[in-house]
Structure formats: C-alpha cells, structure tokens
Design a protein. Structure first.
Length: 306
C-alpha cells in the first residue's frame, strides 16, 4: 500500500508562551499523581444576591461572577489551608516537604484583548474584599494589555533557568539555552530602539515577572471562556510546585431538589478540584467542600464581603 502524503496547512514553531506551557504541563503529568473531585454548586440564590449587589453600584463597578467566585473560593481556601501550598519531593530518597502559605496568590489564566492567553498572578487575595479583588484584576489586565508578552515571559524563563543552575541543574540549563537561543526555535525578543522604548514604559503600566511568577494555587474560570458549555472539567493539570488547581465551569440549567424535596429547575455551576496525592488525601479537602456548602446555602454573606 502506498504511503499517504499529508498536506500541511500550517507549520508553526513554538513561541516562548507555548514553550513555557508545554514544559510546565509536561512536568505536571510526569511528576504529579493527580486526584480530582467535582462539586456541583446550586447557584440560583447566589446569582440573585449578586444581581441585588450590582443594582446598588454603578454599572462600571459591577461585581462579575468571576470576582464573586474568586472571593468564595478564597474563603474556602482559608477553611482548608492545606491546598494553598507547594510540595518538594525527592523520589529517589523518598523525602518530601509541603509548605503551606498564609498568603493566597492566585495564578489566574486570562484571555487578553488580543486573544492571547496569559496566566496572571493576583497577589494577596486573602486580604481583599470583592471590590478590591475586582479593582486588582481590572488593573492587572489593564497593565497586561500594555505588555509585550514575549519580553515578560522571557524574563520569567531566564529567572527559572538561573534558579535551576544554582540548584545544580547544569544539563537542564544548557539544553534550555540551546533551545531558546539557536536555530529555527530561537525565542524572539525586542532589540535596539524597540527594546529601549518598551522598557521606558513605567512598571506601573506593564507587567513584570512579579505579575506572572508562580502563585500558591491556580484557579481557571473555564466557564467565562465557553459560557454555553454543557459539561464539567474532568481533570486539569496542577502546575508544580503547587499542590492544587481549581476549575470553574459554566452555569447550566439542571433539575435539582429544593429544601422541600421537590424537583425543580435550578442553576448549577460545576467546580473541579485537582490535587497532588503526594501532599494530601481526599479527606483533607473536606473542609473546602464544607465551606462551599455553607456559602452557597447562605449567599447573603456576599453582601458583607463587598
């Protein structure tokens, strides 16, 4: 049988964004024993309360579903701090350490105005009200839209490479430098006048590596990307050394049972919680689930968090 000849319609070498994502996700699946649980939030009352809140404030200051969900999840993280952690494990020596953090720095994948995806690090969310979260997210996205993503990601990549070198990962460092600086796969960054002009932009108006460095936990709002999605995320990668990642799905009309035992039409928002089984077990996530139950059964508490 003759060998089939395939017609290539596109041949594109990885840019730095794809390189970073590919490297981190490959490391995730190669090293982390993933375990996942789903949570179906009945959000009819939640959406009613959010609508009431937004009726009392200017349209441009409205609290989005994404911001309100971030605030709820932060409260659940506070009730279950184990998931806000980094793990360091040496399989050869069977030695491990989990560092749990007070600060909740959320890695938040975001689609920017040009259609590109960037994971932003929203810092110190444990301290913020919903209004402060809204303002912080809006301001970070504003600066992201003024940012040359290749430049800021190269800064982070270079910093990670140098850290690896300090840790004795010489072979890894050499391979990364060859992969990013030679041949067709060379990473393209700004040069000359274009570079000087870009770095003359104040850091208050563009992202720095501080804004896209590793957070303590990742929260992805998949429902905001595909609002008509009838389904749930079954699994998502945990980015090392983080121990947990959370996905928020889209709101869906489903049959639910009310407090009187009647089957009624409801609004369900599926959440997926993936965690590193080396760091903790499913039972350790119980306080997180219980806090979600408490909030969604009494969403009036959102008014206290504005």
């Amino acid at each position: 049988m003759a060998k089939q000849t395939l017609t290539t319609i596109k041949d594109e070498h990885f840019g730095i964004a794809r390189k970073i994502v590919s490297n981190m996700t490959a490391e995730s699946w190669e090293t982390i024993p993933h375990c996942a649980a789903t949570y179906d939030a009945e959000v009819t009352k939640f959406m009613q309360v959010l609508k009431e809140i937004n009726s009392t404030i200017p349209k441009e200051d409205k609290i989005t579903v994404n911001t309100a969900m971030m605030r709820i999840i932060v409260e659940a993280i506070k009730a279950c701090p184990e998931i806000n952690s980094h793990i360091y494990f040496n399989r050869k020596l069977v030695r491990g350490e989990v560092k749990t953090f007070k600060e909740i720095n959320i890695s938040m994948p975001t689609v920017l105005h040009n259609g590109e995806m960037m994971t932003l690090n929203i810092h110190d969310m444990e301290k913020k009200s919903m209004s402060e979260m809204r303002d912080t997210i809006k301001e970070t996205i504003r600066r992201a839209n003024n940012t040359d993503l290749n430049e800021v990601m190269f800064e982070v990549s270079l910093d990670n490479t140098l850290t690896g070198l300090k840790q004795g990962k010489i072979a890894q460092t050499v391979c990364r430098l060859i992969g990013s600086k030679t041949g067709k796969h060379k990473v393209k960054t700004l040069k000359g006048e274009a570079k000087r002009k870009y770095y003359s932009i104040p850091e208050t108006d563009r992202l720095t590596k501080h804004d896209i460095e590793q957070g303590t936990i990742t929260i992805s709002n998949l429902g905001s990307i595909c609002r008509d999605w009838d389904g749930a995320c079954t699994l998502l990668e945990i980015i090392p050394p983080q121990t947990c990642a959370i996905a928020i799905g889209s709101i869906q009309k489903k049959a639910v049972v009310d407090e009187n035992g009647n089957v009624v039409a409801g609004n369900v928002m599926p959440l997926t919680i993936a965690f590193d089984h080396r760091a903790f077990d499913l039972g350790d996530v119980k306080p997180f689930m219980e806090k979600l139950n408490e909030i969604f059964r009494n969403p009036e508490v959102l008014k206290e968090w504005l």
